[in-house]
Design a protein around this ligand. Structure first.
Ligand SMILES: Nc1ncnc2c1ncn2[C@@H]1O[C@H](COP(=O)(O)OP(=O)(O)OP(=O)(O)O)[C@@H](O)[C@H]1O
Ligand SMILES: [Mg+2]
Length: 428
């Protein structure tokens, strides 16, 4: 076996490093880099064989990534990569210490591990990145004293040039994996969301058509019940005292039933209203609301505090229902014998107006704040405070139909503020 590389001049060494550097510029994957080391450089240096190892994820093993010479496999594929434990043998020692090894006669070194046949010279240099060994370049030669310190220097230079490239390539792969992973997750999430939205829309539609059908279709039988009850009332004289009392309850019940059905029907109609949106001055609207609620306002002697209310853009009937329910609640859910003070304030929020209706009434405990906007949710006994529990769900639906939001701030005994947004009038 010839060992002419030993006669290589300093210029030849520099030439090899230079050629390697030029080729390395165009390599982007780890595979390309390790094969460049194994093949071209080692061929140029006239070494007999060379293996490039990289340390695996665990940091415990060196895995063969490329090889040239006796161990050269076909087509840049390694069928059974050699695996060496860090710390074992000469290569393992270099991985552990980070110090190159130059062995002139392996038969005298008991760390030497024979694989296919004993080769007397060995040179192993670490590939180091930021003080950490990431791999080892290992070359062997059948004859003793085949390598010298110039070989170590050249190989170490090649190792350090490669290390940065290997880390860059690895980072790129990690980034690509991360990106692919993120994209996959986004895709899964989007699918989940889409299907949730679809099923929500479906159940909303079901609920709406149910509410409409129930409230609409039940009006007729209820009317029949009411008219027969009225007939009975007209013939009161023929009734016993207890029958009269029962009749009173039945009339009461059917009135409540009628209110519920009316409310439900209104609720289910919010989104199907064909009335065009228009400018609504809230000062004017409040005059109508107060006229409708005049009986309870007078009974309670309610005080209103607001001035120069602005104009909103919306469906007039619905906005009136919204204010009417919030103000009737403010009067109704009042401490016994207390005069209600209702304050209305408005603040501009981009294309919307944020309206606050504040009262000095009973207040609502925090854990009910979300619940009160649900259909039929009531916190007080019907005998004390009449109502069907539809008002606030109707308010929420009306506000949302106008692309706004509604919420409540309240503390028991401290009064309640309803806050909602509606489209500004003058934007249109
Ligand atoms: N301003 C308020 N102060 C204290 N509690 C309130 C106030 N507004 C609403 N609530 C509570 O929230 C519940 C739901 O209100 P909502 O307007 O939906 O129903 P209601 O007034 O009882 O019935 P309806 O409005 O359908 O006639 C009320 O029963 C009451 O317990
Ligand atoms: Mg109400």
């Amino acid at each position: 076996m010839h060992i002419e590389h030993r006669q290589m001049s300093r210029e030849e060494h520099l030439q090899i490093i230079n050629d390697f550097g030029m080729q390395l510029l165009y390599k982007t994957t780890i595979n390309e880099i390790v094969w460049l080391i194994a093949k071209s450089v080692i061929a140029q240096m006239g070494f007999v064989d060379c293996v490039v190892y990289l340390i695996d994820e665990s940091g415990q093993h060196l895995i063969q990534k490329a090889a040239h010479g006796f161990k050269n496999p076909v087509d840049e594929t390694i069928l059974n990569p050699i695996c060496i434990e860090v710390g074992k043998g000469i290569v393992g020692t270099v991985a552990k210490t980070g110090i190159p090894e130059l062995i002139h006669d392996t038969s005298k070194d008991d760390r030497y591990i024979v694989d296919d046949s004993q080769r007397l010279s060995e040179i192993a240099v670490p590939i180091i990145y930021e003080n950490e060994v990431i791999g080892v370049i290992d070359c062997e030669h059948p004859e003793a004293n085949a390598f010298n310190s110039a070989d170590i220097t050249t190989l170490s230079t090649i190792a350090s040039m490669s290390s940065i490239k290997i880390i860059h390539a690895k980072t790129l792969v990690d980034l690509q994996n991360h990106k692919a992973n993120l994209e996959k997750q986004i895709e899964i999430r989007t699918k989940e969301l889409t299907s949730t939205i679809t099923s929500l829309e479906k159940s909303n539609q079901d609920l709406e058509s149910f509410a409409y059908a129930a409230s609409h279709d039940m009006q007729e039988p209820l009317r029949t019940v009411v008219s027969y009850l009225q007939l009975l009332e007209h013939n009161e004289k023929s009734l016993s005292e207890s029958s009269k009392e029962f009749l009173g309850y039945a009339v009461d019940g059917s009135k409540r039933m009628k209110n519920l059905l009316d409310g439900l029907l209104e609720y289910s109609r919010v989104k199907s209203s064909s009335a065009a949106f228009k400018l609504i001055n809230l000062d004017d609207l409040m005059i109508l609301v107060k006229a409708d609620l005049q009986v309870s306002i007078r009974e309670n002697d309610t005080i209103f505090k607001y001035e120069n209310l602005p104009t909103v853009f919306g469906n007039k009937t619905q906005i009136q229902q919204l204010f009417q329910n919030l103000i009737s609640n403010a009067i109704k859910f009042q401490k016994p014998d207390q005069q209600a003070i209702i304050e209305i304030t408005v603040e501009e929020k981009d294309a919307f107006l944020e309206i606050r209706i504040k009262d000095n009434g009973l207040g609502i405990a925090a854990h009910f704040h979300d619940k009160i906007f649900g259909l039929f949710k009531r916190l007080n006994a019907n005998r004390d405070y009449k109502g069907s529990g539809i008002g606030l769900s109707l308010c929420k639906r009306i506000v949302e139909y106008h692309n706004g939001k509604i919420s409540v701030e309240s503390e028991v005994g401290e009064g309640t503020t309803f806050i909602f947004t509606l489209p500004k009038g003058e934007e249109v």
